[in-house]
Design a protein around this ligand. Structure first.
Ligand code: SAM
Length: 290
């Protein structure tokens, strides 16, 4: 295999050799630190029976490590200028495939069927482009892909929101959505100095372990998430005020009774409610025809 890409020297050499120029609009910040790579790869719990899907391989810093650890690696890169570079750098990795495409537009179910039919489990492992972190993660979760773990480098604040517990200001609809599908764990925080070029924000590696079934039972997922969204619509408003805006003013009293019946104080704020409490409210509201 070729020398490790993720060092300042080698990364600069590759960039110079191919005359590559970074596109800020694609969130291109390449990792140049072996220590952080070790932590990402260790968290993914790979072995030769496992598959890894990488989103945004860049010049292959993480890809070459995944190739060494997993049985099968598929990496999806949007920037066509990187494809020939990746093919060179990964030339000696027969278990690794590079696909040119926008992960948000790809049919991932089909990709899984084609690339990962013969592995015992698949995890997503990536240093994500920050401008599309949330859409990418929501796509992975909502399509209910058969994933074991999602281990990704993302903006630190977003990682904190995903892992937040009820009661704090970081807790919101993103926390509920992620925790409905996964058990989150912040693996480490990462200073901006370990990238070329350096991003303006600090980063963190988060590990999302997919649950066998969602954290709470809800009769209608879409409705559950609409109720959650509505509960956080205006963060300083009480639950009853936010939900009244959702069901209509004329139902304010009935809504108050519904909350009380569910042992939820109507003047609490959305940010104090657990997933279980949101599930209770959503079920009762459905029954009430809301
Ligand atoms: N994995 C490399 C590393 O760690 O050094 C690069 C990470 S860089 C933060 C993000 C990568 O995602 C870039 O290579 C960028 O071109 C790619 N990218 C951006 N948007 C994408 C999309 N929608 N689909 C696939 N790749 C994308």
């Amino acid at each position: 295999a070729s020398a490790e890409v993720a060092t300042p020297k080698r990364t600069k050499e590759i960039i110079a050799k191919y005359g590559f120029s970074f596109k800020k609009s694609l969130g291109q910040n390449f990792l140049i630190d072996q220590n952080i790579l070790n932590k990402i790869v260790a968290a993914a719990e790979l072995d030769e029976t496992k598959g890894a899907l990488e989103i945004g391989p860049g010049i292959g810093a993480l890809t070459q490590r995944l190739a060494a650890e997993a049985g099968k690696v598929t990496a999806v890169e949007i920037d066509n200028r990187l494809i020939p570079i990746l093919r060179d750098i990964l030339a000696d990795e027969p278990n690794t495939k590079v696909i040119h495409g926008d992960v948000l537009r790809l049919d991932l179910k089909q990709l899984f069927a084609e690339q990962f039919a013969d592995v015992s489990g698949v995890s997503v492992v990536a240093n994500l482009p920050y401008y599309v972190t949330t859409p990418i993660l929501m796509k992975l979760l909502e399509e209910k892909l058969p994933l074991e773990h999602i281990v990704v480098m993302i903006q630190k604040e977003v990682a904190e929101r995903m892992a937040a517990k009820p009661g704090g200001k970081e807790y919101g609809s993103l926390s509920v959505a992620v925790q409905y599908y996964c058990v989150p764990q912040v693996v480490c925080t990462v200073p901006h100095t370990v990238f070329i070029p350096q991003p303006n924000v600090d980063s963190a590696v988060i590990k999302l372990s997919l649950r066998n079934k969602p954290a709470v039972d809800v009769p209608d997922e879409e409705h559950f998430f609409r109720v959650v969204q509505a509960s956080f619509a205006q963060r300083r408003k009480t639950l009853v005020n936010n939900l009244t805006a959702f069901v209509g003013k004329e139902h304010r009293e009935a809504l108050t009774e519904l909350l009380l019946r569910n042992e939820i104080d109507p003047v609490r704020r959305g940010e104090t409610l657990s997933l279980e409490e949101f599930a209770r409210i959503s079920s009762s509201m459905l029954e009430a025809g809301w």
